[in-house]
Write a protein that binds this ligand. Sequence first.
Ligand code: AP5
Ligand code: ZN
Length: 217
Amino acid sequence: MRIVLVGPPGAGKGTQAAFLAKNLSIPHISTGDLFRANISRQTELGKLAKSYMDAGNLVPDEVTIGMAKDRMEQSDAAGGFLLDGFPRNVSQAEALDEMLKDEGMKLDAVLDLEVPEDEVVKRIAGRRVCRKDSSHVFHVTYTPPKTEGVCDTCGGELYQRDDDSEETVRTRLEVYHTQTEPIIDYYKAQGLVVTISALGKVEDVTGRAMKALQRQE
Ligand code: AP5
Ligand code: ZN
């Protein structure tokens, strides 16, 4: 299946994407994780992205679209994929449609994770991610690691993301409402959107998501 995951910062996109990608045997492609990997390798792309990310703004489309395209080509889009954090505005959504059209493909579903803002703020405040791989995500009270400060998956050190400060989170939520939410209407017009509540236990949300996706197949 070819799936796009949308939802506000802290909704649990990365957390759900890990389980859904495994269940569906498709690659999880997160533009946020790709940028963070570039930042830790101190590449030119990482240096450029960091200034935008730390402020809570979107990295420019010219850079983001090229990076997403390269990553999708690497993983053979024909076999399916789960996009997390891309597209994030209408021009990225149009670019993705073009990319897929060129290959004779289209999306199967856009999974929209709904979470009230006060819950999102709690999830972000307690989030800790792994220095070695930012797709390894924990929460100090909701999903704590077995050993405090240590990643269960790879033993890496856990830290709080630079863009998880209160002020930056406020900007990220604003950017989500103004720039990202319009893609939901864009995809509704194509009949692709399935909305689920992302409240409750992680495994319950995964179950809800799997059911919703099966209906789109
Ligand atoms: P990105 O990394 O994509 O961040 P985001 O969209 O803000 O999403 P988050 O990673 O904050 O949250 P999430 O929904 O994945 O939640 P998580 O699973 O971690 O982007 C970061 C930045 O990169 C952007 O601001 C931008 O600058 C740039 N960028 C990225 N893509 C771009 C693009 N396409 N164009 C331009 N710029 C781009 O969960 C959150 C917490 O809650 C965790 O602690 C988790 O353990 C916990 N949790 C999860 N589920 C549950 C549950 N059910 N119950 C209790 N706790 C839960
Ligand atoms: Zn790790």
